[in-house]
Design a protein around this ligand. Structure first.
Ligand code: FES
Length: 95
């Protein structure tokens, strides 16, 4: 999911729970965070285990994060400069 034409991509800032990361325009939040070493995006409320990207195509719902107060899929959300992403609190909505 990393974009291939990196020479044309602009490097931007992305924040996860206030922690700063760099990303390239055109890549998804999930790809940018994974490339930066972030493997877990939330914790399972049921099993209390880390959950992260799995399908990277919008099917599994494992990459739920909060952007602008809304739950979104990190793998389907493009990075924009200064985007603030927050992890989803354990709610019991997942297994
Ligand atoms: S990784 Fe499966 S929906 Fe995002």
């Amino acid at each position: 999911m990393r974009i291939h034409e990196t020479n044309h991509a602009v490097t931007v800032e992305l924040f996860l729970d206030g922690q700063r990361f760099t990303a390239r325009t055109g890549e998804s939040v999930a790809a940018a965070l994974f490339a930066s070493g972030v493997k877990a995006l939330r914790t399972s409320a049921h099993l209390h285990q880390p959950r992260g990207m799995f399908c990277l195509m919008g099917s599994c719902q494992e990459c739920l994060v909060m952007v602008g107060g809304r739950r979104v899929l990190a793998c389907q959300t493009p990075v924009t400069d200064g985007l603030h992403v927050e992890t989803v609190a354990e709610t019991g909505a997942d297994v």
